[in-house]
Ligand binder design. Structure first.
Ligand code: HEM
Length: 404
């Protein structure tokens, strides 16, 4: 690419950008909405309008990660059976007929479990926050955000309480990004997913029944997919992977951002705390957190994004973190403000997150509960997870000061 006739080499390092995204992404913006990264041999999408165009463009398809896993098995001689069977159930690893089927199945499943999921979320959220309120402190990441989705799905499928956190798949996620991951990360992802699949499969094969398992079966059959213990297990593990770290990221980065906006001491029920209210707060937290950091596409034919020619076969990385901090779309992007529209934290178009309506409700439940426990204060020890895919804190210590 050239800038005023001068060749420009933009150096982008995934790991460094992952650690301090905005400081490293902002300087790229002066070169445009979409910039070419020669060392990575791919386009980087930075602005909100370019992100929307990318998501809507049917010539830009998702990477077929399952096929990549199968190829890697042949090339490197690894056994990636668990990874490839879960990727077979991740809708944004597919376009075409398989994607349509998965989208329909997850849509049906999420619609049928929404009421039960929200009820369970209310209960688990109250229980976990009550423990912190009594102790007057806690780690909001390990004691709350990391636990909700696993507690809920674990309850639904009959995992004993002491075993539910073993469904966590934090380190598995980087192994999903097969094009950026190291062989060790890919192998670890496979090992972790194999253990979770085994736990879920053992429960399902034991003949144990539950309303949730019946709903999984209904969603598969109504979509025309095979309903077997294996397909139910793989679908449930995909549901765990999709919802665990993503929600934990929104919750932890969200609370940290609200604490920072309130100088480290937050009263969520105070009308004058300066934060947006209601659903506006939920969407601003999602924008600022951008839990899914980025997504990859490749061009199946020559195409354009915001006037940039993308040639057939070229790769495109869409940075949700950059698009959600686009200063033209979101002036003063680091501030939580009322009345903003158009964040892309859930992606968009044909791969728009199927759980978006559910997640917007779960976050609202958390904020309602946080508003009742007293003043929340930041404590030292905050630590971001070293993860390329999901933006979340793995530690977020807080103090809870009862209201007089
Ligand atoms: C704060 C929480 C969440 C965020 C920010 C989020 C974000 C996203 C994003 C960005 C995509 C699109 C990826 C792409 O285009 O490459 C996506 C897709 C998806 N998400 Fe979420 N997600 C969240 C929670 C969940 C939960 C809790 C579930 C299910 C329990 C879920 C299920 C899905 C599904 C099924 C898709 C695939 C849609 C498709 O490809 O057609 N997500 N999500």
């Amino acid at each position: 690419m050239t800038l005023w006739g001068t060749p420009v080499t933009l150096d982008y390092n995934h790991r460094a950008v992952s650690e301090t995204p905005q400081a490293l992404l902002d300087p790229f913006r002066e070169y445009g909405d979409v910039v070419w990264l020669p060392k990575l041999n791919r386009w980087l999408v930075l602005s909100q309008p370019a992100a929307m165009e990318t998501l809507r463009n049917s010539s830009l398809q998702v990477l077929k990660r399952r096929d990549m896993a199968l190829r890697l098995e042949d090339q490197v001689g690894l056994n990636l059976a668990a990874l490839s069977s879960v990727l077979n159930w991740i809708p944004f690893s597919h376009d075409g007929a398989r994607h349509s089927d998965l989208r329909e199945a997850f849509g049906r499943l999420l619609t049928s479990i929404t009421a039960d999921y929200l009820k369970a979320y209310e209960d688990v959220s109250s229980e976990l926050l009550e423990k912190m309120r009594v102790a007057e402190q806690g780690d909001f990441a390990t004691g709350y955000a990391d636990r909700l989705h696993l507690e809920i799905v674990g309850r639904f499928i009959g995992v004993p309480p002491s075993e539910r956190q073993k469904l966590a798949c934090h380190t598995a996620l980087d192994g999903f990004i097969l094009n950026n991951a190291s062989v060790r990360e890919i192998r670890d992802a496979n090992t972790q997913l194999a253990a979770i699949l085994e736990t879920v499969h053992a429960l399902i094969s034991s003949g144990q029944s539950s309303p949730f398992l019946e709903k999984v079966g209904d969603a598969l059959r109504q979509t025309g997919l095979e309903d077997t213990p294996t397909s139910r297990s793989e679908c449930i593990v995909a549901l765990i992977v999709l919802g665990d770290d993503t929600q934990a990221g929104a919750l932890t980065v969200g609370l940290a951002s609200m604490l920072d906006a309130c100088d480290g001491a937050l009263c969520l029920d105070a009308a004058d705390n300066g934060l947006p209210k209601g659903q506006s707060l939920v969407d601003e937290v999602l924008r600022i957190a951008s839990p899914v950091k980025n997504s990859a596409r490749y061009a199946t034919e020559d195409t354009m994004i915001c006037g940039h020619a993308i040639a057939k076969g070229e790769n495109v990385t869409l940075s949700f973190q950059a698009a959600n901090f686009d200063p033209k779309a979101f002036p003063c992007p680091h501030m939580l403000k009322d009345g903003r529209r158009g964040h892309v934290a859930f992606g968009g178009a044909r791969h728009l997150c199927t759980a978006m309506p559910l997640v917007r409700k779960t976050l609202a439940i958390t904020f309602r509960h946080l508003a009742t426990i007293g003043r929340i204060e930041a404590r030292p020890g905050r630590q971001l997870a070293a993860c390329l895919t999901v933006h979340r804190y793995e530690h977020l210590p807080i103090r809870i000061v009862p209201e007089p």
